[in-house]
Write a protein that binds this ligand. Structure first.
Ligand code: ATP
Ligand code: MG
Length: 404
């Protein structure tokens, strides 16, 4: 296996640790990705130095998860997580070890890791430390649990979700014994926090290898996340898979596709489980309410939709419709871009007259004024040329002010 060219900062951290008598290796996702020729998104470093020792070596550090041995080292404004070799104690709640003990032996640290492909360490001095055949598994595109997979999934059920999403991200097969152990323990997913489920599910849905999506429903994973969602998809799996594959893969659109068969009166309940931020939650609810509508690309319909949902949601709606193969969605999206560029009036605030103007011509502030503004808006959404101060004032005078 070729050497890994380390980024200068990661190499510097490993060198400094070494100068101080400690071992340092890059480990986990960055090694896996480098072997696969994928540029790592970050570099995790594992070391024989204890957290206090790491903090003594580097001038800029902050505590990240000190009880788990992680210190963040800041080099050239970049953060590197440096974690002490550790042995995880007994696990509780199917997720967290009761205690962790530090060790000076890299082999012991690799034992606690989830999959062989994630349990490879590397540094320029020792080369690869690969005690479970991770390099070979990467070459064969296989996800294999470290040690007894059944035990490992029972310790921490999040690993089950991680295996699914790695399979979809990397296009790897799950080794049969590991897969069997996942299926046997899939019920333990119920112990995992909804935030972590949402994160992993999101990564899985965004993944390139959508041919792996059926793992979600074939393995009982989905029904253990949400029976309601699993029931709603049952018999329509192919539609979901196809639309996700064709989608632009933004979070609201992906979840709108996944939850599209859940009825509007149940959607809030379903989505509350995942603990989305409010904006994303409202976007998915909005898309769910529109999921049975087709895109209409005439200018008036486009302006009406943008007015009703807001511009951002209108774009999401067209994105959803494109994923669903609605052949008018793309032109509707183009029209929306054009309408925005031209500066068409879409909201009351865009009207070429203000509440003050209305007061000047004799209207009283309050409900009536709101009605007048909305009716003017309706008029200019139908015909943007009418959005001039003169025309709007004339319209108000003619239609809303009795004795002028
Ligand atoms: P990604 O590319 O998604 O960051 P990653 O493999 O780096 O993938 P991280 O969550 O960043 O995943 O974890 C870093 C490493 O820590 C993993 O490669 C693995 O060795 C170990 N690890 C993470 N989560 C677990 C877990 N639940 N059980 C065992 N080992 C884990
Ligand atoms: Mg990582």
């Amino acid at each position: 296996m070729d050497k890994i060219i380390l980024p200068a900062d990661a190499a510097f951290i490993i060198d400094e640790l070494r100068k101080n008598g400690f071992e340092g290796h890059i480990v986990g996702g960055c090694v896996r990705d480098s072997i696969m020729g994928i540029k790592p998104h970050d570099y995790d470093i594992t070391t024989s130095a204890k957290p206090e020792e790491v903090k003594n070596i580097f001038p800029h550090t902050f505590d990240t998860g000190i009880q788990h041995g992680t210190v963040t080292v800041v080099i050239n404004k970049e953060n590197y997580e440096v974690t002490t070799f550790r042995i995880d104690g007994e696990y509780e709640d199917c997720r967290h070890p009761k205690e962790v003990n530090f060790t000076r032996d890299i082999h012991e640290d690799l034992l606690r890791r989830d999959f062989t492909m994630n349990a490879i360490a590397y540094n320029p001095y020792d080369g690869y430390t690969d005690i479970f055949g991770g390099i070979e598994d990467i070459g064969r595109k296989i996800i294999r649990g470290v040690g007894d997979p059944d035990e490992r999934f029972k310790e921490d059920a999040l690993r089950i979700l991680r295996a699914f999403r790695f399979s979809a991200q990397l296009g790897f097969e799950i080794e049969p014994e590991t897969k069997k152990a996942m299926e046997n323990n899939v019920g333990l997913i119920k112990n995992i926090s909804s935030e972590r489920i949402r994160e992993e599910l999101t990564k899985l849905l965004i993944s390139k290898h959508t041919e792996k999506l059926p793992l979600l429903w074939q393995t009982g994973l989905l029904e253990n996340i949400s029976q309601r969602l699993a029931d709603s998809i049952s018999g329509r799996e192919d539609i979901i898979q196809k639309e996700i594959a064709q989608s632009e893969k933004t979070v609201p659109v992906l979840f709108a596709i996944l939850t599209q068969f859940i009825k509007p009166d149940e959607i809030k309940k379903e989505l509350s489980f995942y603990k989305f931020d409010n904006k994303t939650l409202n976007q998915i609810i909005c898309l769910n309410s529109l999921v049975n509508q087709k895109a209409q690309s005439d200018e008036i319909s486009v302006r009406r939709l943008a007015n009703k949902t807001g511009i951002e949601n209108a774009f999401l709606f067209y994105s959803l419709k494109k994923a669903q193969g609605d052949n008018e969605a793309e032109s509707a999206e183009n029209v929306l871009n054009m309408v925005i560029k031209r500066g068409d009036c879409l909201f009351v605030k865009d009207l070429a007259l203000s509440g003050k103007d209305l007061i000047c011509i004799g209207l009283k502030p309050g409900k009536e004024m709101g009605l007048v503004l909305n009716s003017l808006l309706d008029m200019v959404i139908n015909d943007p040329k009418l959005n001039t101060r003169e025309i709007l004032i004339k319209t108000v005078k003619e239609n809303f002010i009795d004795n002028i």
